[in-house]
Design a protein around this ligand. Structure first.
Ligand SMILES: [Zn+2]
Length: 260
């Protein structure tokens, strides 16, 4: 059964910006394994659509920024360039021309690439979210493998890249928190005590140890280590006995307050 996946992008005036085939499939219908899309087929379709959509968006943005914002003069070209934008649905290579700034504008720099105004990061926020979310739960390597299994992220997803991205996000959160007024409190609390707004919540591993003889009782163990750059710290281990149902015997992540 031949199946064609096509993408057609239309401008506001109904003119066709681009159209073409994303993928041609020749699907059978005689085995369970061929029913529906396979991972590779779905990834190829997502990558094809993403490439077409992002390319059209970038071209539309560039078309609006080829002239001066103030006087409307056409900007002089300084040359062509290329850039890449990493998304959860593939890495898109884009043309990124460079222009001279208009004479009517103050010149912090003589030339600029308009696409840098749109792509302030070379990675899509959603991909960054997925990387940091999963890397906070499992290892960097497993996160890369998971993303590569289900998304067309290619070889760009690897442990060292994900680790670097997670640290960057963490540093950004630290900077945001340091801007808060000391003494403020969040609505959340731990053991009934309100949290300092500047406190960082760190997800550390923990779990329940079930009483072998009395299956209705278990012991919750939470282990963490607080590190702060400006003071001596020591590993901390929190544990508490807790009555709970046997169904709660699975390991889980627990929240600790850092020693700030
Ligand atoms: Zn101008």
């Amino acid at each position: 059964m031949p199946i064609e996946i096509q993408l057609r992008i239309i401008a506001d005036d109904n003119s066709v910006i681009s159209e073409g085939e994303i993928l041609h499939l020749d699907k059978g219908d005689d085995r369970l394994e061929v029913v529906g899309l396979a991972f590779d087929e779905a990834k190829a379709i997502m990558a094809g659509i993403q490439g077409g959509v992002v390319t059209a968006q970038a071209a539309s943005f560039l078309a609006r920024h080829r002239s001066c914002d103030l006087c409307g003069s056409q900007l002089l070209s300084k040359g062509s360039g290329r850039t890449q934008f990493r998304t959860a649905f593939g890495t898109i290579a884009l043309s990124s021309p460079r222009f001279h700034r208009c004479r009517c504008q103050p010149k912090a720099a003589w030339t600029f690439s308009p696409l840098n105004l749109l792509l302030t990061e070379h990675i899509a926020p959603e991909l960054l979210y997925l990387e940091t979310r999963w890397a906070s739960l499992v290892s960097y390597g497993m996160t890369a493998d998971l993303l590569k299994d289900v998304l067309p992220v290619g070889g760009a997803a690897n442990a060292s890249t994900i680790r670097r991205h997670l640290h960057k996000v963490a540093a950004r959160h630290e900077a945001d928190l340091s801007g808060d007024q000391p003494g403020g409190h969040d609505e959340d609390s731990v053991n009934g005590q309100p949290l300092l707004r500047a406190a960082v919540i760190v997800g550390i591993d923990g779990g329940y140890v079930r009483n072998w003889h009395d299956k209705k009782h278990n012991f919750e163990v939470v282990v963490g280590k607080c590190m702060a750059a400006d003071r001596v710290t020591a590993p901390s281990a929190l544990s508490r006995a807790r009555m709970s149902s046997p169904g709660a015997a699975s390991a889980r992540f627990c929240a600790l307050r850092t020693c700030r």
